[in-house]
Design a protein around this ligand. Structure first.
Ligand code: SRM
Ligand code: SF4
Length: 556
């Protein structure tokens, strides 16, 4: 077929992979190199791992004619971001034994471990398996981790809605048993059919993401997802879900065909059966119509824009066998985490801990990793990650709150959380250097020190209380969702960032590039001027993002 010639190389790797097995076993056993064979580097992503190298050490290694320092990052599949205390204890030890030791909470409510050398991959996955944790489909051209608002304030409904995240994750898992076969030494069993009506042998053209939000909090950034589901609640009862499709934040510098896109609301589903049918068929449309030639243009957002939203809906109605209902009214008023103690309607207590850029470790500021282990050992609460890279100690009974409080105080967690400024608590940065191969600039290693310098500017303009949503990414792929923030820093080169403005506080609207390629001094000068005009010219209660859109993006 003439079209096949145009397929991207990854398409061949997938279809000829024998259910994502490739030559992974052989690659793993090759002791001569710390790396995998080329094709296996693509396939291992479907098993939740990425081959990386320490970019800080590249030059020195090359000078000594050594191969780069290869290692692997593993990402867990954790729908809704939930771990029991026993699982946290296990995770803590796996991190210590097999990785750098830092537990990184991601922007999609799960965790990553970095620096796992090839010979430690299998023991790592096996250790996770004993904890009933897996990394299946955490990466690759399949549906990824399904997010769900971790909102403890509505926990009686949260349980019901969280179950949807879990079930959707299961519904869209690939059927291949290769994960069990390669990593857990499972014998091939006859009763385990690997026939996969959803993914077939070609999987999706690109990664696929789903999130569920519980209004009024958009803490999972629903409009950044391929499918965003918005729970519609009336009189304390779940009525169904609004459905938004085609969100995605990545763009490539210099490639004008690529762009960030906020998801489009297309309808409502009142029953679980309808909802699951809709979700499933949106995925099949992307499977069948998505671009398999150019991976830069392969996400659902491009498929929808190529078809047109109305044609997409017509195709969807045809596949589901009924017409989508009209979307219901809803409103988001925030997307930040509720730091500190919150009591829910079931009388349980939940403490949201501020984790700067999701990095759980013991450092000079706070012994967070030790504290979380002690809390897990106490066993009086569960762990739930937020889409803002924080962790909530959840489900603490009233009678256990005092003992939990003692540990939080002993390790200064409360002081650490309370004393962080509004802008810091609403900031996020992606991993970037040294592990991300796509990083053009620093992000999580740099943003904290930049915020140290932004805070005095806010104080100077009497804006210290403003909790401006501020995000940094080391490149325009947008892993820290910088394209949908009020202040976005997008890396363009070492120490250079585009300054993005005009996104809103609640996360409905993307921002726009205001100034390009700014170094630190230029960024701070710009922000100083912006804060000054914000202070003097804002309308009453106007948010920073709305103000900058009005004044600087629209130029009113
Ligand atoms: Fe991401 C690729 C880290 C959330 C868009 N992302 C990567 C890789 C795997 C680099 C690579 O391809 O080799 C990064 C690994 C860095 C490292 O060393 O760990 C990486 N992405 C992350 C995480 C860990 C950032 C974080 O600090 O939390 C997030 C993990 C989420 C998870 O648990 O699944 C993460 N990535 C996101 C998000 C935000 C979201 O989904 O809410 C986005 C923007 C939304 C979107 O998908 O449009 C995002 N990541 C990308 C892209 C651009 C995809 C595209 O449409 O072109 C890439 C590059 C790619 O896929 O080719 C990418
Ligand atoms: Fe890497 Fe870019 Fe994603 Fe940051 S935004 S983790 S630099 S791919």
């Amino acid at each position: 077929m003439s079209n096949e010639k145009k397929l991207s190389p990854v398409e061949r790797i997938k279809t000829s992979s024998d259910g994502l097995r490739g030559t992974l076993k052989e690659s793993l056993n090759d002791a001569v190199t710390g790396s995998l064979r080329d094709d296996d580097q693509s396939l291992i992503k479907f098993h939740g791992l990425y081959q990386q190298d320490d970019r800080d050490k590249r030059e020195a290694r090359s000078e000594k004619k050594l191969e780069w320092l290869y290692s692997f990052m593993i990402r867990l599949r954790l729908p809704g971001g939930f771990l029991t205390p026993e699982q946290w204890i296990g995770l803590h030890h796996v991190a210590g034994e097999h990785s750098t030791g830092v537990i990184k909470i991601t922007t999609r409510q799960t965790v990553q471990l970095h620096g796992i050398v090839k010979s430690h991959i299998k023991p790592t996955i096996q250790a996770f398996d004993t904890l009933k944790l897996d990394s299946i489909a955490a990466c690759g051209d399949v549906n990824r981790n399904v997010l769900c608002s971790p909102n403890p304030k509505q926990s009686s409904l949260h349980e019901e809605i969280y179950a949807y995240a879990d079930e959707i994750s299961k519904l869209l898992l690939p059927k291949t048993r290769s994960y069990y076969d390669i990593w857990l030494d499972e014998e091939k069993l006859i009763e385990h059919s690997e026939e996969d009506p959803l993914y077939q042998d070609r999987y999706l053209p690109r990664k696929f993401k789903i999130a569920i939000a519980i209004p009024p909090n958009n803490d999972v950034d629903i409009f950044a997802n391929d499918i965003g589901l918005i729970a519609i609640i009336q009189d304390g009862k779940l009525q169904g879900f609004n459905i938004a499709v085609g969100g995605g934040l990545s763009a490539t510098h210099g490639n004008t065909a690529t762009y960030a896109r906020a998801a489009t609301l297309i309808g409502f589903a009142s029953t679980k059966e309808d909802l699951f049918k809709i979700v499933y068929e949106v995925v099949t449309i992307q499977r069948d119509f998505g671009n398999r030639a150019d991976r830069k243009l392969a996400r659902l957002k491009y498929t929808i824009d190529n078809m047109g939203v109305e044609a997409f809906k017509t195709e969807l109605n045809k596949r589901i066998g009924f017409s989508l209902e009209e979307a219901k009214p809803y409103s988001f008023t925030e997307r930040k985490d509720y730091y500190g103690w919150e009591q829910c309607d079931r009388g349980l207590w939940h403490y949201t801990i501020f984790v700067e850029n999701g990095r759980v470790l013991d450092d000079e500021k706070v012994a967070l990793k030790t504290a979380l282990l002690e809390l897990a050992n106490l066993g009086k609460g569960n762990f739930r990650f937020t889409g803002n890279q924080n962790v909530i100690l959840t489900d603490v009974k009233a009678e256990d709150k005092a003992v939990v409080q003692t540990i939080l105080e002993k390790y200064d967690i409360i002081a650490h959380t309370d004393s962080a400024s509004g802008i810091r608590k609403n900031s996020m940065a992606c991993v970037a250097l040294p592990t991300c191969p796509l990083a053009l600039a620093e992000a999580q290693r740099y943003l904290p020190s930049l915020i140290d310098k932004i805070e005095p500017l806010l104080v100077k303009h009497e804006l210290a209380q403003e909790d401006i949503i501020t995000r940094m990414t080391g490149c325009p792929n947008g892993c820290g969702r910088s394209a949908i923030s009020e202040i976005g820093f997008i890396g363009t080169a070492p120490n250079k960032y585009n300054l993005q403005l005009g996104g809103d506080y609640e996360g409905y609207r993307l921002n726009k590039t205001y100034k390009e390629n700014l170094g630190e001094d230029e960024l701070l000068t710009e922000l100083d001027q912006l804060f000054n005009s914000f202070k003097n010219e804002r309308t009453q209660d106007e948010r920073f993002g709305d103000f900058t859109k009005r004044k600087y993006i629209l130029g009113e």
